[in-house]
Ligand binder design. Sequence first.
Ligand SMILES: [Zn+2]
Ligand SMILES: [Zn+2]
Length: 275
Amino acid sequence: MLTDYHVHLRPDDLEATAAIHFTTANAERYQEVAAERGIGALGVSEHVHRFHQALDVWRHPFWVENALDDLDAYCAFVREETTLALGIEVDFVPGREDRLANLLEGRDWDYVIGSIHFLRDAAVDMDGDFDVWRSADPDRVWSRYFGWLGEAARSGLFDVLAHPDLVKVWGAERPRPSGDLRRFYDRAMDGIADSDVAIEVSTAGLRKPVGEIYPAPAFLEMCLEAGCPVALSSDAHVPDELGYGYDQAVELLDSIGVSEIATFDRRARRLEPLG
Ligand SMILES: [Zn+2]
Ligand SMILES: [Zn+2]
C-alpha cells in the first residue's frame, strides 16, 4: 500500500479559488495520477485558513486575507461528489485548543492533519512580512517549534503530525542551529510519546530549499522508539506532485525498519503493509 493523504486540491495562492478547484473534474485528475502511480489511498486536506470558520479560532492577518471559502461546502463536495478521503490540514494554535475542537467537531473527517507553520504571529516557512527568520535566533525558533509540536501531539486534536521538522524548510538559506539536532527533537518527544498520533513522512521537503524528506531520520527514529505509526504523504498542491519522491521515502522507511503505514477511515486508523 502507498498512501497520499496530505494533498491540496489547489495551489496556495488566492487566485486558486474553490469554484475552479473543488470540481469533480479536478478530483478526477488527482485520482487518475494517483492510480498511475500506485497510490491506493488518496485523500485531500485543504488548509484550514482558507475557510471563514477558521476565523473563530484565530484572526491572524494572513488567515483573514485567505478565509474565503465555506468549510461545510468543502466537506459536502468531497463526500458527495468525489471518492476521495476527507481530511483537513489544521494549524495548532496553543491556547485555542477548545476553539479548534469546536471547528473539527461535528464534521465527518476521515483524518485531521496537524501542522505548525506559525510560531505566534511569525511563520517558519513564509517569505515576507511574517517571516520568523527576519529577526529570530535559530536556537529559540527551533526550541519553540519542537515544544509546540509536542503540545500539538498531546492536544489529541490530530490524527497525523504533518511535515514534523518543517522548521528546516529553508535549508542553508536561513540561520540554522548547529550540532546534534536531537536536543530540539527531544522537546517534542514526551508529548508525542503520550499521544496516539501518526508521524507524517512527507516528500514535500524534497521540493523545498532544504531538499530533504520531512522529518530527518534521527527524528523519525525517536518517534518509532516512542511507538508512533507512520503516515506517508507528498503534500501535493497539483496532481503531478502526487507520490513525489516516493522511491526515496520508501527506501528511507525500509532502511529504518518501517514495514507498515497508516490508513484512515472516519478517524479510525489501520496499518497496512508498506509498498
Ligand atoms: Zn503544511
Ligand atoms: Zn499541506
